[in-house]
Design a protein around this ligand. Structure first.
Ligand SMILES: CC(C)(COP(=O)(O)OP(=O)(O)OC[C@H]1O[C@@H](n2cnc3c(N)ncnc32)[C@H](O)[C@@H]1OP(=O)(O)O)[C@@H](O)C(=O)NCCC(=O)NCCS
Length: 159
């Protein structure tokens, strides 16, 4: 007799990674990943990001890389129309992966997923901004084909 039962996953096998929209239940892990990088636990900030960027909102993306319930990383960004005088384009303003899960292609998958969302909205360019001395994030974005843009950031202290 032929059995149609799916073979059980081998014991101890690693669950597949799934990139999906962030949910309320993910927030503690996102806060923990961010705090591991920045040293700041910003629970309120991430709650607000979920409120504004979660739930598949038009033009806004807050995605997580989920491996069997463990959040390994996240990406946040949006499509901005005619800001800084440029035609609509995608902006990535936060991307991070747990230190112990790095160099396994997770950030690459997160960036690809958000870029796919941008493409679906009809934009053909993605931008980001990073600290000049953040060599790690720079190496990552350069590996993804991103190059210096024709803009310069300006700032001043407000009295
Ligand atoms: C940058 C970061 C998101 C990359 O995540 P990741 O999952 O390790 O990235 P990937 O595995 O997809 O790496 C893709 C490519 O990026 C480059 N890269 C990533 N980490 C690198 C490192 N430590 N050194 C040099 N190049 C690196 C490599 O070219 C790599 O490709 P390869 O593995 O084939 O060489 C992760 O290191 C991180 O979270 N860093 C801290 C983020 C941070 O500082 N955020 C604050 C500002 S938003």
């Amino acid at each position: 007799m032929i059995s149609l039962k799916k073979p059980a996953a081998p014991r101890g096998s690693v669950p597949a990674l799934r990139v999906r929209g962030a949910q309320t239940a993910d927030l503690d892990q996102v806060v923990e990943i961010d705090a591991g990088i920045t040293g700041l636990r910003k629970a309120e900030y991430w709650g607000e990001i979920l409120r504004r960027y979660g739930g598949g909102r038009q033009q806004r993306f807050f995605l997580v890389a989920d491996r069997g319930g463990r959040i390994e990383g996240y990406v946040v960004g949006d499509v901005r129309d005619w800001e800084f005088g440029s035609p609509p384009c995608g902006w990535v303003f936060g991307i991070a992966v747990r230190p112990e899960a790095r160099l396994g292609g997770i950030a690459t998958q997160l960036l690809e997923a958000i870029c796919e969302g941008f493409r679906r909205l009809g934009v053909d360019k993605v931008r980001t901004l990073l600290a000049r001395d953040n060599q790690l994030v720079l190496s990552f974005f350069r590996s993804q084909g991103m190059m210096a843009a024709p803009f310069i950031p300006l700032e001043k202290d407000l009295d």
